[in-house]
Design a binder for this molecule. Structure first.
Ligand SMILES: [Zn+2]
Length: 289
């Protein structure tokens, strides 16, 4: 902008040029968004996504260390809870339908934050704060299954496509400031941090979680126990992070009850169990090994 102001003779052609560029960015934003539809390889829904599953995996791997560092870092290997999270994650992955993702499960040493989240491509995290509020394997299966649902449904990639589209509009509107779009792309990984899923995304992830935990042999009613934990947090006004990214527990509880009634009208089969008790923290003999 200043470049053109310094050169009076080019000012008018500069304005024309900028309008041209703005138009180009706006159109390419529209084209990119509306042309980049993909059919989800697992759910078969049509989605506006501009990156490949391989790129999702790459982005997730790139962002994982930073995300982990922000929440206390990973628990040391040898902690029985960390081993449990990894083992449960792999158990759930083993019952998933064929998919292009590469799942890894992490327990983060943040006892003060109650949260779980997933990066695109399959990096899944649960904080110590949430883990320690769970009591059964089935509850952990529900939490991890929910996060797996976000990955399979490609919710992050969808949000990023929306964000791209939005960035294109912003860039077109304010194109006088150069390279906004380039800067936006450079911030891709940073965006992942502030990603917010919609209420619909959350309910979809819950449903996926119920399916996965059931396939792995756990009673889906355990998901209601997880919701009871969240509801307690809501009542106490703590756990702002979980609450800002997840809809009110009661609306999720209602949907879970609908699901249970629909899929198990005569009660869940006897083979589905709550699972055993989870290993607890606080100095198990394997700790720190
Ligand atoms: Zn979620």
């Amino acid at each position: 902008m200043t470049m053109y102001n310094n050169q009076l003779g080019q000012r008018s052609s500069g304005v024309g040029f900028r309008i041209l560029i703005a138009g180009f960015i706006l159109i390419s934003g529209f084209v990119t968004y509306f042309c980049s539809t993909q059919v989800n390889p697992v759910t078969h829904e049509t989605q506006h996504i501009s990156i490949t599953p391989q790129q999702e995996i790459q982005l997730g791997l790139q962002a994982a260390p930073e995300m982990a560092a922000q929440m206390g870092g990973e628990l040391p290997g040898g902690d029985r809870r960390e081993a449990e999270v990894r083992a449960m994650g792999q158990k759930l992955v083993s019952v998933l339908p064929e998919n292009p993702y590469s799942f890894q499960f992490h327990l983060l040493a943040d006892a003060g934050t109650v949260n779980a989240f997933a990066l695109p491509g399959g990096q899944v995290f649960i904080t110590e704060g949430l883990y320690d509020k769970l009591t059964t394997e089935g509850q952990l299966a529900g939490v991890l299954g929910h996060e797996i649902g976000h990955v399979i449904h490609r919710h992050a990639a969808e949000q990023m496509a929306h964000q791209d589209f939005y960035n294109a509009i912003v860039a077109a509107a304010g194109v006088a400031a150069n390279d906004q779009r380039a800067a936006a792309l450079a911030n891709y990984v940073a965006q992942l941090r502030g990603l917010k899923f919609s209420r619909g995304d959350e309910l979809q992830a819950d449903e996926w979680g119920l399916q996965v935990m059931t396939a792995a042999g756990y009673d889906p009613h355990q998901m209601l126990q997880v919701m009871a934990v969240l509801q307690q947090l809501e009542a106490s006004g703590t756990g702002p992070e979980m609450l800002s990214t997840h809809p009110l527990a009661q609306s999720r509880i209602d949907r879970i009850n609908d699901y249970l009634q629909q899929h198990f009208p005569r009660g869940v089969p006897a083979g589905l169990t709550p699972g055993g008790p989870l290993p607890q923290g606080g100095g198990g003999f394997l700790r720190g090994g």
